[in-house]
Design a protein around this ligand. Structure first.
Ligand SMILES: NC(=O)c1ccc[n+]([C@@H]2O[C@H](COP(=O)([O-])OP(=O)(O)OC[C@H]3O[C@@H](n4cnc5c(N)ncnc54)[C@H](O)[C@@H]3O)[C@@H](O)[C@H]2O)c1
Ligand SMILES: O=C(O)C[C@H](O)C(=O)O
Length: 344
């Protein structure tokens, strides 16, 4: 039997210029190689630029060596650099993963200040040299507030092009639901995340469904008696605390699952979500859900092929969810004030 042909990149389109910060870090060590397998950008090849700081330059160089050794037809070029200008020049996609980790004795507000400075500076460079349609995904924590600072220092780029990653939280929610119900996770639709990528996030499964071909059932019906209680007492806190649980178990934060979620996020953004509702933290300006403007907030969105996203319809918010959304909104408002004060 003949072996299946390996996927090959198109020659009809130029490679996408993809910048990844934190190139020597844990997440990048999975992410770069997932991208190299092809498919994340359809059949487009990539011109990768991996950015890290001087102290990590040897490790970064090693990632470059390993990437060359993968011999991927999808990676036309890979530049390892410590210069943000070189990394972001004409970038079509910027995956901002690199951030300062929390050190011993460091308070959350110290971390917020250190990282806000990094993302403010990177926003200014993107503003100067990136493609005018550069799609920006912020992963480094606190991701929503870092994305806001980045967006504010890039006024010549569209606000709609700045996002933060909450797809990992959505995937965690879908994964836990699928395990509980006993179906493949691909059957779970419309489980979404509101707000901050933090313990105040609001996983919502009110409109979640289990879809098998044309058969559609609500998750509530599949969970049956006791389902509502399981959602509020186990699923929601389970998703909110999953990052902490992984850190406690492996001594480092989620990396492979985060990298996979980044691929899901950017693939759906570049290629469209095919009618599916997905969670992305985006600018809250003009949202129809009553969330305060001026934040980067996770919402259910639908993405057209080509990248235009819109807020999803049909997600009405009940009283309990409204009060949880207000709590995550308050946290984001506080983070915004602290980050702006620290970088003024
Ligand atoms: N949003 C999410 O769902 C999610 C999930 C997991 C992790 N995270 C966050 O992602 C970030 C990265 O995680 P990781 O496990 O890869 O961390 P890591 O510490 O392994 O790697 C971070 C890398 O960023 C680099 N870096 C620091 N400052 C930089 C700068 N100014 N420019 C470029 N690179 C810089 C570091 O040198 C390091 O190589 C962390 O902030 C983590 O909390 C977010
Ligand atoms: O790095 C963290 O604090 C946790 C991470 O954001 C995660 O959700 O796994």
């Amino acid at each position: 039997m003949a072996a299946a042909a390996s996927p090959t990149p198109t020659k009809a389109l130029p490679p996408l210029r993809v910048a990844i910060t934190g190139g020597a870090g844990q997440i990048a060590y999975s992410l770069v190689f997932m991208i190299a397998r092809g498919g994340v950008f359809g059949d487009r090849a990539v011109d990768l630029r991996l950015l890290d700081i001087e102290a990590a330059s040897d490790k970064l160089r090693a990632v470059g060596m390993e990437l060359q050794d993968v011999a991927s037809p999808f990676v036309l070029r890979c530049t390892c650099t410590t210069d943000p200008l070189e990394a972001f020049m004409d970038a079509d996609v910027a995956l901002l993963v690199g951030a300062r980790p929390r050190g011993p004795g460091m308070l959350r507000k110290d971390l917020l200040a250190a990282n806000a400075g990094i993302f403010k500076a990177q926003g200014a460079v993107l503003d100067e040299v990136a493609s005018r349609d550069c799609k920006v995904v912020v992963v480094g924590n606190p991701a929503n507030t870092n994305a806001l600072l980045c967006m504010r220092s890039a006024p010549s780029l569209p606000k709609r092009n700045f996002t933060a990653l909450t797809r990992l939280d959505q995937n965690r929610t879908a994964g836990m639901l699928a395990a509980k119900i006993g179906v493949p996770v691909s059957m779970i639709r419309n489980a979404v995340i509101w707000g901050n990528h933090s313990a105040t996030q609001v996983p919502m499964v009110t409109f979640a469904t289990v879809e098998e071909g044309r058969a559609v059932e609500t998750v509530a019906a599949r969970l049956g008696e006791g389902g509502e209680r399981w959602v509020s007492e186990e699923l929601v806190p389970g998703v909110q605390q999953r990052g902490k649980e992984v850190i406690a178990a492996r001594g480092a934060s989620s990396a492979a699952s985060a990298a996979s979620a980044i691929c899901d996020h950017i693939r759906d953004w570049v290629m469209g979500s095919d009618g599916r509702v997905v969670s992305m933290a985006v600018s809250s300006d003009g949202n129809p859900f009553g969330v305060r403007e001026g934040l980067i907030f996770s919402f259910p969105v639908v993405i057209e092929a080509g990248g235009a996203w819109r807020f999803a319809s049909g997600f009405t918010i009940d009283e309990a969810t409204r009060s949880a959304i207000e709590a995550t909104q308050s946290e984001l408002l506080e983070e915004r004030e602290a980050a702006l004060a620290a970088t003024a």
